[in-house]
Design a protein around this ligand. Structure first.
Ligand code: PLP
Length: 378
């Protein structure tokens, strides 16, 4: 019998989403205004605390782009980017014709290395240009070294755009991801911990900045009786139907975090018995990961299995796995860009694999995964 496909991280609806969509239809607010948008934003603001002003947008990528606009980042400006990430973290820097300068990861969180960051800042200063922003990422749900990165941000007075696209529900020292940056972003794409189908939010720290984000997201239309425009704007606002999905999803967020962390425990139990394979874990109690994706690194080069083999065996059993994000400094797109660090992220990329981590993973699915992994050892 053909077994069903196990996906890496599929959408998982909670059941209430259709009620909110129905409400949008019933009231005929199916476009870029409506109570779903307002309530979605308000609920997130309460969840994130720490002066969070949320603007709901069409994607996380749009949120990063608007963050760059709010910081007046323009052609030729330096922006310090984490190299180990999905390309959406860095693409908006190119939209602005600014110059990404890539920073390595440290081995404990796989996120931006404070030492490499400082080296990168010093390089930019030597060129006579202070970088305009730092974009650290909480990759796979693991918070970056928040204290250390924020300290450098304050020391050099360079604002942080926190890319917590993958980290809704994660915490550092008990404070939620999405609350650390001068500006922060979260993605609600279909594969993230909860979804709006497609969508994202920009989180700013005051009302004025939120108003400005909304202005840029709606074609930079000025507050006049006629349509008057002095600046370039975008069509980046979320719609009231997607926001309805988001409202339903927010109701099950806590359950989803619990389930992702249970998945992590499942893998912990399996990989305990392996010397060759390391499950990526929280470094200490300061870090609380939503474990959006569980990732492993294969530590022994001469082992009987490689990440390619592992991926293939899963694939033959109709189970999706994925290589880690290929670092940006190794991408053809960014081949001209500077990179600071010792290629920690490149080494992790070479060894790593992401395993199925969806919240709709059943006990039967887990048995299939377990069997494959156990058979590997013989
Ligand atoms: C998903 C993701 C984004 C972009 O979000 P979209 O909503 O897909 O545009 C940005 N950064 C990271 C690290 C992501 O994983």
């Amino acid at each position: 019998m053909e077994e069903n496909k196990i996906w890496l991280s599929p959408p998982h609806l909670g059941g209430k989403e259709l009620n909110y969509i129905q409400h949008a239809f019933d009231t005929n607010w199916i476009s870029q205004y409506g109570s779903n948008i307002d309530e979605f934003e308000k609920t997130l603001e309460n969840y994130l605390e720490n002066n969070s002003f949320v603007t709901a947008l069409s994607s996380g990528t749009a949120a990063i782009h608007l963050a760059l606009r709010l910081l007046n980042i323009e052609e030729g400006d330096f922006v310090l980017c984490q190299s180990f990430t999905f390309v959406a973290s860095a693409n908006p820097v190119l939209y602005q014709k600014a110059i990404p300068v890539f920073v390595d990861s440290e081995p404990t969180t796989w996120n931006m290395c404070p030492n490499a960051l400082e080296d990168a800042i010093k390089y930019c200063l030597k060129q006579g240009k202070k970088p305009k922003a730092i974009i650290p990422v909480s990759l796979y749900g693991m918070p970056f070294m928040v204290d250390e990165i924020l300290e450098i941000s304050r020391k050099y007075e360079i604002p942080i755009i926190e890319d917590s696209a993958e980290a809704l529900g994660s915490k550092y020292k008990n404070k939620p991801c999405g609350s650390f940056g001068d500006l922060s972003i979260i993605s609600f794409n279909g594969n993230k911990i909860i979804t709006t189908s497609g969508g994202g939010v920009l989180i700013s720290r005051n009302q004025k900045s939120k108003d400005k984000a909304l202005y840029f997201a709606t074609q930079a239309k000025e507050n006049k009786d006629y349509y008057n425009h002095s600046e370039v704007g975008y069509n980046y606002r979320i719609n009231n139907i997607s926001a309805g999905i988001g409202r339903g999803q927010l109701e099950v967020l806590e359950e989803r975090i619990v389930k992702r962390r249970e998945n992590h425990q499942f893998y912990q139990y399996i990989f305990e018995k392996y010397d060759e394979i390391n499950l990526f874990e929280e470094p200490d109690d300061n870090f609380f990961s939503n474990y959006w994706l569980n990732t492993v690194t294969i530590e022994k080069k001469d082992s009987r299995f490689t990440k390619e083999k592992l991926k293939q065996i899963f694939s033959e059993n109709n189970i999706e796995t994925r290589y880690l994000w290929k670092p940006m400094h190794l991408q053809p797109l960014f081949s001209e860009c500077k990179f600071f660090g010792r290629n920690v992220c490149g080494t992790v990329f070479e060894k790593g694999l992401c395993l199925p981590s969806g919240t709709n993973l059943t006990e039967g699915d887990k048995d299939r995964i377990k069997e494959i992994l156990i058979n590997l050892r013989y």
